[in-house]
Design a binder for this molecule. Structure first.
Ligand SMILES: [Zn+2]
Length: 454
């Protein structure tokens, strides 16, 4: 009742005012209408307001998938206020070229991924464009060398591309290495060769004798990348290697020759990163001993990272402690699926400085385990106890090519030739030509080493 009488009073006053001052009354009415409109808009805005939700997507905008495989979205997170809410993505679907579901060529495709989210009172879609490239398989083979001497030779087949890193351990290894390479390389051309440093156990197999042609005489090479510096200039093997190399460059059998320093600086036509197959790159990593003298020849080692999809495979030659520190300092190193154990599993390499960054999941060591070639101290024979202690913090998937024996031959296969194969840039298998037993389960290990207890 009171409300009604107040309203009728107001109406009466309004009528009086309208008679007395019609213009003023109109202004009041207009102001009231505007205020009412603002209030109504505010109310509607309040009623329709969603929670303050702001999603973002974090993940690769480019990705690679194995040839003929089905595209699977991976590595993308839906974030809300810094919190991972990926589990609230209710559906993910793909638009665009249907061929991305089974890439059969090496061409790129771009398409749209949509994410349907359901979070609090908000549900909606986010989308982003993804560039997809086809990805080829990689085969990385750590080779036995046909003798009792520790050394390195790794043959990599990436798609149809042939890559050889080093040709140790002795000149006679050339025929052993070639007989393996020839099962993959059909055209006699190695697209990429890396000679890490000027030590016999890495480069002598490149050189020839009258009866046993070396790698330089057996294959044409498209791109050779070798050490920038050496303390062995003037010594017989260094001279022999360089003379043969330079003759092959002059004849055109080696089409391009760069040092690691060229690759970092981009000089003489060299590049830092090479696309070696669909979705696979080879990057020459920087380290200061490409430019700076070291008292240790090993520190001149050329270092390379292969990347296949999201997987990384690291090769550091015989790089020692100072070289590894420089490698960590000058590169943004990722976690790696594969690390070729530094310097044949020496305790002077494989430092925590490097391992704590690369956190290797698999380590392959090229050496003749337990050989006294370099030391009489059993603990320091490759693979050294201290190196095992440090590597063992990260993985027990450790493989070793060869083991020393007491007989006249002096060696036999441990795992033998170790093959690391990855088809899709995610999953891989490691198999040895002799067996696939991990180091800590081998007889040699049980008799000569202990596994770290951590
Ligand atoms: Zn070596």
């Amino acid at each position: 009742m009171a409300k009604k009488s107040t309203t009728s009073k107001l109406l009466k006053q309004g009528k009086k005012m309208a008679k007395k001052n019609p213009k003023g009354f109109l202004v009041v009415i207009i102001v009231l209408i505007v205020l009412a409109a603002i209030a109504a808009a505010g109310f509607l805005a309040f009623r329709n307001a969603r929670p303050n939700v702001s999603f973002t997507l974090i993940g690769p905008k480019e990705t690679s998938i194995a040839l003929n495989s089905t595209y699977k979205e991976r590595g993308t997170k839906a974030m809300y206020n810094g919190k991972d809410v990926t589990e609230r993505v209710v559906t993910t679907y793909y638009l665009g070229d249907a061929k991305v579901n089974a890439i059969t060529t090496e061409e790129e495709a771009t398409f749209t991924v949509k994410y349907k989210l359901d979070f609090q009172k908000y549900s909606g879609e986010l989308e982003r464009k993804v560039k997809v490239t086809a990805l080829e398989a990689i085969d990385i083979n750590f080779l036995e060398l046909g003798n009792k001497y520790t050394g390195d030779s790794t043959f990599i087949k990436a798609g149809s591309t042939d890559i050889l890193i080093d040709a140790g351990s002795r000149q006679s290894s050339a025929s052993t290495i070639a007989s393996f390479v020839d099962t993959y390389c059909e055209d006699g051309i190695l697209e990429y060769v890396i000679a890490t440093h000027a030590h016999q156990d890495h480069i002598e197999g490149f050189t020839s004798t009258n009866t046993n042609p070396g790698i330089f005489d057996r294959y044409k090479i498209d791109t050779l990348i070798d050490f920038a510096l050496s303390n062995n200039e003037g010594k017989a093997l260094h001279t022999k290697y360089c003379e043969k190399r330079d003759a092959k460059v002059a004849s055109g059998d080696i089409a391009h020759h760069y040092t690691a320093a060229d690759c970092i600086a981009g000089t003489n036509g060299a590049k830092k990163t090479y696309e070696i197959a669909a979705g696979i790159t080879m990057e020459i990593l920087d380290q200061k001993f490409y430019r700076e003298k070291s008292s240790d020849e090993n520190d001149y080692s050329v270092c390379a990272m292969f990347t296949q999809g999201d997987n990384h495979y690291l090769f550091t030659g015989d790089l020692e402690e100072k070289g590894e520190a420089s490698l960590v300092e000058l590169n943004n190193l990722p976690q790696v699926e594969l690390f070729k154990g530094g310097h044949h599993g020496s305790y002077t390499a494989n430092t925590d400085t490097l391992l704590n960054v690369i956190k290797p999941k698999t380590v392959c060591i090229c050496c003749c385990a337990g050989s006294d070639e370099y030391t009489k101290n059993p603990d320091n024979m490759f693979p050294a106890q201290l190196a095992v202690n440090r590597i063992g913090k990260w993985t027990d998937k450790v493989y070793v090519t060869t083991v020393a024996t007491d007989d006249e031959k002096g060696y036999k296969s441990m795992n033998g030739n170790i093959k690391f194969r990855c088809d899709d840039g995610i999953n891989y298998v490691v198999t040895g030509s002799n067996n696939s037993t991990i180091l800590k389960d081998t007889e040699w290990f049980k008799n000569n080493r202990t596994w770290p207890s951590n």
